[in-house]
Design a protein around this ligand. Structure first.
Ligand code: SF4
Length: 307
């Protein structure tokens, strides 16, 4: 199957993008494996005719917005996201009615329609930079991840920031007790935490009191860090799919997931066979209506200014 996928990819001048949480065999056929920000950047600069997006739907939508002339397909259109489902454009319009001069910062895990209603799109890699750059006297709404939002609110010390109550169902389960348990079992390991995690302020405030300094990072930041760190062992608080990439890019080091059950059922809907069928049939096509795409693109392009 792997050879068939690679042969067809060449024949069709296609690009396969795979998110860090994809299964190993899908990561292995991808031209680029990365987080939401990295994949968006690759999508923006490709000259491939066909983009197969091995990730969840909102990511393929972002690729389609950035490549209006290209055919963007997703191997399974049911690959959704619990964060995306937590907010609608109407929710943002209601907040704006109360805060006419407010600024809306939307995490990239949002639908194209929500992005179109937002001022900035961000990822976990640059959300702090974006919020820090906003004038202090302007009210901010951060959507939709509450743990990431509260983390930014704490780091920036910003009082006039509303945080939407959405959560990623996978990261919400990575709670403080689970992280404490992993630290007790592996006291010599360094702790890497994705800011979507449910441990939230407990990790931020309580762990340093115990002499543990967690590193809050995007998945891409984690991969970069484990390659250069002198530590041999890491506790990883995010979806377990990232560990395959860490093992490949930082061989000889040990990666311990906080929970073996941190597996995103949406990401895992994509299989190698579905990638093949997607390439073969050039489906399922992901399109975004022009009036939504144009507004969403503005907010996404502002995100690139902070990379
Ligand atoms: S891991 Fe969470 S945020 Fe990522 S796609 Fe799955 S549900 Fe959405």
């Amino acid at each position: 199957m792997r050879e068939k996928v690679l042969g067809l990819k060449r024949e069709k001048n296609a690009l396969i993008l795979a998110h860090n949480y994809q299964v190993p065999e899908v990561q292995d056929v991808a031209d680029f494996v990365g987080d939401s920000l990295g994949l968006s950047m690759e999508a923006a600069k490709t000259d491939a005719r066909l983009i197969v997006f091995a990730g969840v739907y909102f990511m393929a939508e972002t690729a389609a917005i950035l490549n209006p002339g290209k055919r963007v397909v997703i191997p399974d259109p049911n690959a959704g996201c619990s964060l995306v489902d937590s907010i609608s454009p109407g929710d943002i319009a209601r907040w704006r009615a109360r805060h006419p001069n407010g600024v809306v910062v939307a995490y990239i895990n949002t639908s194209a329609a929500v992005k179109a209603h937002s001022d900035y799109v961000c990822t976990s890699a640059n959300c702090l930079k974006i919020v820090e750059a906003l004038p202090r006297d302007v009210p901010v709404l951060f959507v939709p991840d509450k743990y990431l939002g509260l983390y930014i609110k704490h780091r920036t010390g910003r009082e006039n920031m509303d945080v939407w109550e959405g959560e990623c169902y996978v990261h919400a389960e990575l709670t403080a007790p689970k992280i404490m348990d992993a630290i007790r079992r592996h006291p010599d390991a360094e702790l890497l935490v994705h800011p979507e995690c449910g441990c939230g302020t407990a990790c931020l405030l309580e762990l340093p009191k115990l002499g543990v300094e967690p590193r809050f990072m995007s998945t891409e930041g984690m991969v970069r860090y484990v390659k250069v760190s002198l530590k041999p062992r890491f506790i990883v608080a995010t979806e377990t799919g990232i560990i395959y990439r860490m093992e490949r890019e930082a061989p000889g080091k040990e990666f311990i997931p906080v929970s073996q059950e941190a597996i995103c059922r949406y990401m895992k809907l994509i299989t190698l066979e579905k990638v093949y069928l997607s390439l073969l049939r050039e489906e399922y096509r992901v399109t975004v209506p022009t009036h939504i795409a144009e507004r969403a693109r503005r907010a996404i392009e502002r995100m690139f200014e902070y990379t």
